[in-house]
Design a protein around this ligand. Structure first.
Ligand SMILES: NC(=O)c1ccc[n+]([C@@H]2O[C@H](COP(=O)([O-])OP(=O)(O)OC[C@H]3O[C@@H](n4cnc5c(N)ncnc54)[C@H](O)[C@@H]3O)[C@@H](O)[C@H]2O)c1
Length: 300
């Protein structure tokens, strides 16, 4: 595989394009939004500069990486020669099904179609195409250039041959692929998001405060970040959506979202992106300040 098309140039798409291009693949980066493409190229360039400054990449490799990326605003223009398409568009089932139907009708029969979805069924996506054997999940982690893992998700009809090809190709990116089956949340979010929900339930029940819960998990379990801070980074709206997917998919009440999480999402307190969640985020400040609603008297 030499030619890769990446659909969606947001947080994940720009990182995925960066990693393929840096490893010598020719990348077509596609987004419906031209400003999003411009922003993605600027982000990739800035991230490559950081690698050059650290000494992990030469100036020449940086320039070659950028030369390997071409941008397109129309899917049909970008996927013509693709051996592999990695879709990283907005997490919306209708958008993704529409993209895969279109890809199936315009890509060469041998093209493998991958999705970076965090929560939508790969089997469902494969079923809208006539090549479900060649539809697979490639769940990269954020930030893509830094994180080693790729969860490779086999849909119900994904073939062994396609799975093996994607596993091997993931290794050439310097990543560590792990094969998992297609059930709600795959492995990463089936474990991570209920843990975050449990941390919110623990706060809601008054067992401990925000600072205390995160400190126990950081210092006691060696997690680099507490679960409440992590929830703020992921986005509380995204955490809630994934819990609903787990709850619907497994029909098990243990995945029911904490009512406090539901309230916070309804109130627009979505974490870092809205400026407040379990902590307050002030532009330019790196201080971790517990949000007013959760400040305990003795901490004020
Ligand atoms: N952000 C994360 O931490 C993370 C981690 C793992 C997986 N994911 C998954 O990656 C995917 C992308 O997430 P993101 O955070 O990068 O989103 P994002 O909102 O940053 O970017 C999505 C991009 O897709 C573009 N887009 C929307 N519809 C399109 C279409 N029809 N054709 C082409 N481009 C289109 C948008 O213009 C936007 O630039 C989602 O499926 C998400 O679940 C996200």
């Amino acid at each position: 595989m030499k030619n890769i098309a990446v659909i969606g140039s947001g947080t994940m798409g720009n990182g995925i394009a960066h990693v393929f291009a840096q490893n010598g693949f020719s990348v077509a980066l596609i987004d419906v939004s031209a400003p999003a493409l411009e922003k993605a190229l600027a982000t990739i360039s800035k991230n490559l500069d950081r690698q050059v400054a650290k000494g992990s990449l030469s100036e020449n490799d940086k320039n070659n990486t950028l030369k390997n990326i071409q941008t397109f605003t129309k899917i049909e223009d970008g996927v013509k020669n693709a051996d592999l398409v990695v879709e990283a568009a907005t997490e919306n089932v209708e958008i993704k099904l529409g993209i895969f139907k279109q890809l199936d009708s315009i890509c060469a029969p041998a093209t493998i179609l991958a999705s970076n979805t965090s929560s939508i069924s790969i089997t469902k996506i494969g079923a809208v195409t006539k090549r479900a054997d060649k539809v697979i999940g490639m769940h990269f982690m954020n930030p893509v250039p830094v994180m080693k893992l790729i969860e490779v998700i086999r849909g119900y009809s994904t073939s062994d041959e396609v799975t093996n090809k994607v596993m091997e190709m993931s290794k050439t990116l310097g990543k560590i692929p792990v094969e998992v089956n297609d059930y709600p949340g795959f492995v990463a979010n089936k474990i991570l998001i209920p843990m975050i929900n449990e941390a919110i339930i623990t706060l809601h029940e008054g067992v401990a405060g925000v600072y205390e819960i995160d400190t126990v998990m950081k210092l006691g379990m060696a997690h680099p970040m507490g679960p409440l801070q992590l929830a703020d980074f992921i986005g509380l709206d995204v955490c809630l959506n994934i819990l609903r997917v787990l709850q619907d998919g497994f029909g098990n009440p243990k995945y029911a979202p904490c009512p406090l999480l539901v309230n916070m999402v309804m109130a627009g307190h979505w974490g870092v992106k809205s400026g407040n969640g379990f902590y307050e985020y002030v532009a330019g400040s790196k201080d971790l300040v517990v949000a007013e609603q959760f400040r305990r008297k003795e901490l004020v």
